[in-house]
Design a protein around this ligand. Structure first.
Ligand SMILES: [Fe+2]
Ligand SMILES: [Fe+2]
Length: 346
């Protein structure tokens, strides 16, 4: 394996060269705003579901509804901003600025996440070692890289990792689930290795190689994607087939997909844990029920797992700040339990 630029140097040298080209807090701010929009969509969806259920007759057929949703997938109107229509003006204004930045970000992401880029990113992943370190050191390094020079950062990346993990632990979930909380965003290290920008690190993910669902946030941006007019890629199934299973589907490249491969190669985490890492930003699927026609039976179980994880990721950010040193040993042991190799090729 070859080594990409700078990674074999000492951490200090490496950090300096990275900081020269990337300002991590910009990625973190954008990611926070993406999450805020997803939180808002989730709340809106929950309230509109409540209203729909209130209107529905008590004997409504759940299975019938799902089939109808699947059939109507192609006809769904774009969700761009529409989820905000019924939100009060004051709340809307709070999010408006964030939304503009988020929309700009998605315009770029939706234009550039192509099949060709996806294949290249996967080749890069498989043919390079970007860094070698243990999982805890990787968390600390991500923390330093993302938060440096942001005076307004209230919570660091490691705080989010610990808060997510601690919320899961508090609910007495299995140890592997707690570890997912800790490492689910560790793939953001990609930003400092060989990503092209923010658009191939963060944001909601979606399949490439088949028609872009209108349930994807700000989906109009796909009109600029070269794959949009490619007859190989712009049909319902594209290069895939009905119920082929999501494992055969190329999801847009980012921190989720990257960390999934790292965890799959280096850990003994169960399938549910790997799915939580891989699909946690696949909101079009786990929140909007898009692409159900690509799922196989295994994915149905995985969807449950991903949905169980999502609230911990979205809602565990609060004012509780943990004394990391006092709980570090617990998490070091947890990492050792599932990452037997200790030193990982990132
Ligand atoms: Fe994430
Ligand atoms: Fe997260």
């Amino acid at each position: 394996m070859s080594t990409s630029k700078g990674v074999s140097k000492s951490t200090t040298d490496n950090k300096k060269s990275i900081d020269d080209v990337r300002q991590g807090y910009l990625l973190e701010r954008l990611d926070d705003e993406v999450m805020a929009v997803n939180q808002m969509k989730g709340k809106f969806k929950a309230s509109s579901n409540r209203n729909t259920n209130d209107e529905k007759s008590p004997g409504a057929n759940k299975e019938g509804k799902e089939t109808k949703e699947e059939e109507n997938e192609e006809d769904e109107t774009s969700s761009d901003y529409s989820f905000m229509k019924n939100i009060d003006t004051k709340t809307f204004r709070q999010y408006e600025l964030a939304c503009d930045r988020v929309k700009q970000f998605y315009d770029e992401q939706h234009e550039k996440q192509t099949v060709a880029y996806n294949i290249q990113a996967r080749i890069n992943f498989k043919t390079k070692t970007r860094a070698r370190m243990n999982v805890w050191d990787a968390l600390e390094r991500l923390n330093t890289l993302l938060d440096e020079s942001d005076p307004d950062t209230e919570l660091s990346q490691i705080d989010h990792a610990i808060q997510t993990a601690e919320a899961i632990r508090r609910d007495n979930k299995p140890r592997w689930f707690q570890l997912v909380g800790l490492i689910h965003d560790l793939g953001k290290l990609l930003y400092f290795f060989d990503s092209k920008g923010q658009w191939d690190v963060v944001g909601d993910t979606f399949p490439v190689g088949c028609k872009f669902s209108k349930k994807i946030i700000f989906s109009e941006g796909f009109k600029k994607n070269p794959d949009f007019l490619n007859p190989l890629y712009n049909t319902k199934y594209g290069i895939y087939s009905k119920n082929c299973g999501l494992d055969k589907v190329m999801l847009s490249w980012g921190h989720d997909e990257y960390m999934y491969h790292i965890a799959k190669l280096n850990s003994t985490l169960p399938a549910e844990a790997l799915a939580m890492i891989r699909y946690h930003s696949f909101y079009p699927w786990h929140q909007e029920q898009a692409y159900t026609y690509l799922m196989d039976d295994h994915d149905k179980k995985m969807l449950e797992a991903v949905r169980a994880f999502n609230p911990y990721d979205l809602y565990s950010k609060n004012d509780v700040r943990y004394d990391i040193e006092s709980i570090k040993s617990y998490y070091l042991e947890l990492i050792d339990e599932f990452f037997p190799k200790k030193i990982i090729d990132f």
